[in-house]
Design a protein around this ligand. Structure first.
Ligand SMILES: Cc1cc2nc3c(=O)[nH]c(=O)nc-3n(C[C@H](O)[C@H](O)[C@H](O)COP(=O)(O)OP(=O)(O)OC[C@H]3O[C@@H](n4cnc5c(N)ncnc54)[C@H](O)[C@@H]3O)c2cc1C
Length: 328
C-alpha cells in the first residue's frame, strides 16, 4: 500500500481492474487524492497473474490486442513493463504455424499485472477490502466494507466492478442498477500448466486459436517476453466452461490435459498446475454508453460492460468517466 498525501478533492475507486485504475490514474494526475479499494490481494482484475511454483503466469486476458490509440500509446511509453509478443501461431489443425506481422499483441513484462501496478503508482491502494455499501449522505459518499465497517467519506466515488458485482453497490443509482442487473457475463476455465519439457508436436507453435469444442485458446506462456520455465495456458471454450463450471480444479486439470494430449498426440509430464474458474470472463450483451456519472450523488460507474466489453471497453470506459468527472 502506498501512502500518498494529497490535498485535492477525495475520490474512491472500487475495483483495481483496468477500467478503475485508468480512471484513478487520470484523476490522480489531475490532483485528486485517490483511494482504490480492491477485494483481491492484488491489482489486475481480469488482467491478473498468479504464482505457479517459483514462476508466475497470466491467468486472465493473455495479451492485449487493442484498437484504442491512447492505450497503444500508453503501452509504448512503458517499454520496461509492456512489450510486443510475436508468437508463432496457428489454429487447432496445428498446421502451418507462422508469425503474423499484422497482429500487435502486447503483454506485461514479466507478467500482465505489472500494467495495473503501473497505473496504481499515484493512488493509495487498499487490497483485500470488499466494499459492500456506497451511500451519499451529508458528509459526502459513505463507503462500508463487507463487515459494515466504515471505510470513509469521499467527495466522489467510482464503481469499477463487473456488472453483477456493481448491482449491490448501486442502491443510490437505481436506473444504472437496473441496467447492470440486465447484463450477463460468460464464464471461462483457465488452466496453467508447468511442464517438464515442451511437447515435440508444439516445438514450432506458441499460440493456437480457433474453433474447438474444448478450447478457445492454447498458448505457450513462456514464449512471452520476460518469462521463464515451460508454462502453457489453456483457456477452455465458452461451451465447455459453462458445461463444467461446477467441477473441481483438479478434475478440470485432468479433463483439459486429456483433451490436449488427444489434440497433439504427445503425452505431457505436468510439474504443477493452477486452474482458475472465471465466473465473469467477458460480457454477453453490452452497453455503449461508455460510463455513467451522476453529479448530484457524486457517484460514477465504469467497466468493460459499459463500453463494448473487453480490454478496449475497460480502457475506454475508465477514460470516459475520468473526463466526465473532470468536466463536471
Ligand atoms: C481468461 C480471460 C480471457 C480474456 N480474453 C480477452 C481477449 O482476448 N480480449 C479482450 O479484449 N478481453 C479479454 N478478456 C476480458 C478482459 O480481461 C476484461 O474485459 C477487462 O480486463 C475488464 O476490466 P474491468 O476493469 O472492466 O473489470 P475487472 O478486470 O473485472 O476489474 C474489476 C475489479 O473489481 C474488483 N471488485 C469487484 N467487486 C468488488 C467490491 N465489492 N469491492 C472491491 N473490489 C471489487 C474485482 O476483484 C476486480 O479486480 C478476457 C478475460 C479473461 C478472464
Amino acid at each position: 500500500m502506498s501512502n500518498q498525501i494529497k490535498s485535492g478533492p477525495t475520490l474512491a475507486v472500487i475495483g483495481a481492474g483496468l477500467a478503475g485504475l485508468r480512471c484513478a490514474a487520470l484523476l490522480a494526475e489531475a490532483g485528486y487524492a485517490v483511494s482504490v479499494f480492491e477485494k483481491s490481494r492484488g491489482t489486475g482484475g481480469r488482467l491478473a497473474s498468479s504464482r505457479l511454483g517459483d514462476l508466475t503466469t497470466d491467468l486472465g486476458v493473455p495479451f492485449i490486442e487493442t484498437r484504442q490509440a491512447s492505450l497503444q500509446q500508453w503501452l509504448s511509453q512503458h517499454p520496461d513493463s509492456a512489450q510486443c509478443w510475436q508468437p508463432s501461431q496457428t489454429d487447432f489443425t496445428l498446421q502451418a504455424p507462422r508469425v503474423d506481422p499484422a497482429r500487435e499483441l502486447w503483454v506485461g513484462v514479466p507478467r500482465s499485472s505489472v500494467l495495473t501496478r503501473l497505473l496504481s503508482a499515484g493512488v493509495t491502494l487498499h487490497t483485500e477490502t470488499r466494499v459492500s455499501v456506497v451511500w451519499p449522505d451529508r458528509q459526502g459518499v459513505l463507503l462500508r466494507d463487507e463487515h459494515a465497517e466504515v471505510l470513509g467519506h469521499f467527495d466522489k466515488v467510482v464503481i469499477a466492478t463487473p456488472a453483477p458485482q456493481a448491482v449491490p453497490l448501486l442502491d443510490a443509482l437505481q436506473s444504472c442498477q437496473a441496467r447492470a442487473a440486465a447484463i450477463s457475463l460468460r464464464p471461462a476455465w483457465v488452466l496453467a500448466l508447468a511442464l517438464e519439457q515442451r511437447p515435440e508436436s508444439l516445438a514450432q507453435i506458441d499460440l493456437i486459436e480457433g474453433q474447438h469444442p474444448e478450447f478457445k485458446r492454447i498458448l505457450r506462456e513462456s514464449s512471452k517476453p520476460g518469462r521463464a520455465g515451460e508454462i502453457w495456458t489453456l483457456q477452455a471454450s465458452q461451451e465447455w466452461s459453462e458445461a463444467y463450471l461446477s467441477l473441481s480444479g483438479e478434475t478440470v486439470m485432468h479433463e483439459l490435459v486429456a483433451s490436449w494430449v488427444a489434440l497433439t498426440g504427445d503425452p505431457v509430464k505436468v510439474l504443477g498446475y493452477r486452474a482458475h474458474r472465471w465466473l465473469y470472463c467477458d460480457v454477453n450483451s453490452v452497453e455503449t454508453t461508455q460510463a455513467v456519472w451522476d453529479g448530484d450523488r457524486a457517484v460514477g460507474v465504469c467497466g468493460d460492460w459499459l463500453a463494448g466489453g473487453g480490454v478496449d471497453g475497460a480502457w475506454q470506459s475508465g477514460t470516459a468517466l475520468a473526463q466526465m468527472i473532470l468536466s463536471s
